[in-house]
Design a protein around this ligand. Structure first.
Ligand SMILES: Cc1ncc(COP(=O)(O)O)c(C=O)c1O
Length: 400
């Protein structure tokens, strides 16, 4: 069969239409930029949807991948694998927690956490302690458990019925939190900074009350660090500045350095919940992905990329604030390290399209939020290029 030329029409013929792909064919990436097969250069302010934390083409990452791939690519969890142990040890050192379970994606990490929480809740034979809650406006993934904890009708619609005994607490609403949790609650899932929801941070007061209620009703607090974790907010995990140690932490996205990898990290008290055979996955903790993940974390520390996220993020916020004084289109700026949301007074897709015409890739979420998740390695000059581009778009829009 003749290989069809790659174009948007072919994509329409070959695939289910669940992605609205950009009409760009990527040839390669370098640092904060990718290059198309047409030879055009784009500044990537979304970094593979928050995955490419150290940018494209990092030699340390490539070396870790090729070195491990030359030894073995897959053997399964029937065996001891050093790359898994090394990455698990690093995650435990960073978090101060006790146990790690590796899977392949964010949604799988959430599934594992739901299962672990329910099994923990049932440890004394209490079959009524099954309720799993999340916060409105959240996103936890696409498989049924994670989807049942996900807020947006756009993601959930048509897939019902969802997993029983799941529900949502109004974001940052302490009264609703007090109303919803009880001795029947097994776990509450929290994105400390909501990503898909438009970059919203949970309040300290809400977390303080959640912590108190978790102790009172004996339920687990699960931090979903899939988007906000691995240094993006300036801390390795976004829960870290809060006065709270979650019982479970879910990580993914950059965790495998661009290869599929997810993890659940657990505290002491849940260490014995999973027993042989009670949960598992064929590919979870793939050694090449683990080697890549370790190289990525080491690069984050070596290059002081969390410091860069804090500094460059603050510089971007200051510039956006100045921009907001002259452009009425900017309604609100929310910035936590290099996790940035700009609420605008129209569909954010307009700015995505305009920026793309100017070779800058930004992203839209929650209809009217421009979302920026650049590589943590982005330089101030590159960040300025994005700011100048958006500034020009806002200015020209007013003149049009
Ligand atoms: C906060 C959060 N949780 C879970 C997920 C699901 O991760 P994955 O797409 O790897 O399944 C995402 C993905 O965007 C996310 O942002």
């Amino acid at each position: 069969m003749k290989t069809p030329a790659i174009n948007l029409e072919t994509e329409q013929q070959l695939f289910f239409h669940n992605y609205a792909r950009l009409p760009l064919h990527i040839a390669y990436g370098k640092g904060s930029f990718f290059y198309t097969t047409e030879g055009d250069r784009y500044l990537d302010m979304i970094a593979g949807i928050g995955v490419n934390a150290i940018g494209y083409g990092d030699q340390r990452l490539e070396h870790a991948i090729t070195e491990q791939a030359a030894k073995y690519i897959h053997v399964s969890n029937l065996f001891m694998q050093k790359p898994q142990f090394d990455l698990a040890a690093k995650l435990l050192e960073i978090s101060g927690m006790s146990k790690v379970f590796f899977c392949n994606s964010g949604t799988e990490a959430i599934e594992a956490a739901i299962k672990l929480a329910r099994r923990f809740a049932a440890r004394n034979g209490d079959t009524s302690k099954t309720q799993v809650l999340s916060l409105t406006n959240c996103f936890h993934g696409r498989t049924y458990g994670a989807l049942s904890l996900t807020a947006k009708p756009k993601y959930v619609g048509g897939f019902e019925p969802l997993v029983p005994e799941t529900g949502m607490i109004d974001f940052n609403d302490i009264d609703d939190l007090e109303r919803k949790v009880s001795s029947r609650t097994a776990a509450v899932f929290v994105e400390f900074v909501q990503g898909e929801g438009g970059i919203h941070k949970v309040s300290e007061a809400f977390i303080a009350r959640l912590k108190g209620l978790a102790a009172e009703h004996d339920f687990l607090i699960v931090a979903d660090e899939i988007q906000a974790g691995c240094g993006r907010t300036g801390n390795f995990f976004s829960y870290m500045p809060f006065d709270l140690q979650p019982d479970l932490v879910c990580a993914a996205k950059p965790l495998g350095g661009g290869l599929p990898l997810g993890a659940v990290i657990g505290c002491d008290k849940v260490a014995e919940v999973f027993t042989p055979g009670s949960h598992g996955t064929t590919f979870g903790g793939n050694p090449v992905a683990c080697a890549a993940g370790l190289a990525m974390i080491e690069a984050i520390h070596e290059d002081k990329l969390m410091e860069n996220a804090t500094e460059t993020g603050a510089m971007m916020r200051a510039t956006f604030e100045k921009m907001a004084e002259k452009h009425a289109q900017i309604l609100e700026i929310r910035q936590y390290g290099l996790m940035i949301g700009i609420t605008v007074n129209r569909e954010a897709k307009y700015y995505v399209d305009e920026a793309l015409k100017r070779n800058v890739l930004v992203n839209a979420t929650s209809q009217n939020v421009i979302r920026l998740l650049p590589p943590l390695s982005i330089s101030k000059e590159e960040a300025q290029l994005c700011l100048d581009t958006l500034d020009a778009i806002f200015s020209e829009e007013k003149q049009a």
